[in-house]
Ligand binder design. Structure first.
Ligand SMILES: Nc1nc2c(ncn2[C@@H]2O[C@H](COP(=O)(O)OP(=O)(O)OP(=O)(O)O)[C@@H](O)[C@H]2O)c(=O)[nH]1
Ligand SMILES: [Zn+2]
Length: 365
């Protein structure tokens, strides 16, 4: 039977497998590797990697900077897994929790020859699985042998160039369901649920009143913050921003708030809590992300524009202090007719966080 998984089906399955510690096969051109996430690695699986072929641990250049490892591959570094490199050292290399306690983890020998494309893809998949951005990669002799290894062991196999090509386009969003939900801010509210074609998290649109599609709509792109939105955390300004945005829309009688499930600026709640632990050790919000191996902001801002367009909007008055959100909207073909500042919720416990966003991430004051 010619039943073939689509690239999205395959990538979604591989993300789930990486989370539970399975090894997968990645191929590109004539090359193939066995790959797994460092965070979910076990001692037994580490031996499987060593038996499969010469194994590297791949980290991002952000993490490499903290570890003083040379990154010859631009945004990633391939650490050669010498025989003494055990599971404890893999964990300590991936996870910065104990960096200050035991700063001397190296020296690391990093690889500079050969192509790092499949290694880069492995780290990217670990990030998408919301794990620490670090992977184990064992080189296999050829694509043909990689395909045979996958077939014989029932492993998932992914062509990483095909995934990159698919991701270059904005991911499609399908409206799934919608219903009236009267809110404290406004009784005239509807919640719409959108499901992305790539099998990742669903996102929500909260429509207040009946905004005209022919005029710029008062809009907010809100990224999920479990701690701020739900628990009322004082470490950030998300909860007050969420409520102030809904209140502003209610006051005008119309607006649309997108609730985007991009927790922790796209790194997920587990990694955000790791970042918070680092902040308790004295690092600011940007430094903490970098020590973990992430960029300051890992969100895909095209998602918001895609959903707004699906809802029929062409132009927005955007509630934000973040110039990147404005840039993304314009690049995605949505006109930003006006920026509406949203400065609420400053308190003594988040003042330094807000100041860092202004000084390092270009947030407008
Ligand atoms: N990684 C990380 N994420 C954080 C931290 N504090 C808050 N967040 C996340 O940051 C996001 C908040 O972003 P938003 O308020 O939508 O956007 P913004 O970039 O601040 O821009 P505007 O609020 O529009 O000006 C949420 O996903 C939070 O979970 C932190 O210290 N580290
Ligand atoms: Zn927050």
């Amino acid at each position: 039977m010619g039943l073939k998984l689509s690239i999205w089906e395959n990538a979604a399955r591989i993300r789930a497998e990486l989370r539970i510690g399975a090894a997968v096969v990645l191929v590109r051109g004539q090359a193939g590797v066995l790959a797994g996430a460092a965070e979910s690695l076990t001692a037994e699986r580490l031996e499987d990697f060593r038996a499969a072929g010469p194994t590297d641990m791949v980290i991002t250049s952000r993490r490499a900077t903290t570890l003083k490892a040379r990154a010859y591959d631009g945004d990633v570094a391939r650490i050669i897994l010498t025989p003494d490199f055990d599971l404890g050292r893999v964990r300590a290399t991936a996870d910065p929790a104990k960096d200050l306690e035991s700063p001397l983890k190296g020296p690391y020998q990093t690889r500079r020859d050969g192509d790092a494309g499949l290694h880069r893809a492995a780290v990217r998949l670990a990030k998408q699985a919301q794990l620490l951005p670090a992977a184990l990669v064992a080189a296999l002799p050829s694509r043909r042998e990689a395909e045979a290894l996958a077939r014989e062991n029932g492993l998932s196999i992914l062509d990483t160039d095909a995934l990159l090509a698919a991701e270059a386009e904005a991911i499609g969003m399908r409206p799934v369901s919608a219903a009236r939900v009267p809110l404290e801010a406004s009784a005239a509210s509807r919640v719409h649920v959108f499901r992305p074609d790539d099998g990742s998290e669903e996102h929500y649109a909260i429509e207040i009143g009946a905004p005209k599609r022919s005029e710029p709509v008062l809009a907010r792109l809100h990224s999920a913050c479990f701690t701020g939105d739900v628990l009322g955390s004082l470490k950030c300004d998300c909860g007050p921003q969420l409520r102030a945005a809904l209140a502003a829309m209610a006051a005008e009688g119309a607006g649309v708030l997108l609730y985007l499930n991009q927790e922790g600026r796209g790194i997920g709640l587990a990694n955000k809590m790791r970042a918070y632990s680092l902040q308790d050790q004295g690092f600011d919000t940007v430094e903490a992300n970098h020590r973990l191996g992430f960029e300051d902001d890992e969100r895909d801002f095209r998602i918001g524009a895609t959903i707004l367009r699906r809802l029929g909007f062409r132009s927005v008055r955007l509630l934000t202090n973040n110039p990147r959100k404005i840039g993304m909207m314009s690049n995605s073909g949505l006109q930003v007719a006006e920026r509406v500042p949203l400065k609420v919720g400053e308190n003594p416990l988040n003042a330094a966080y807000l100041a860092t966003k202004a000084s390092k991430s270009g947030h407008l004051l």
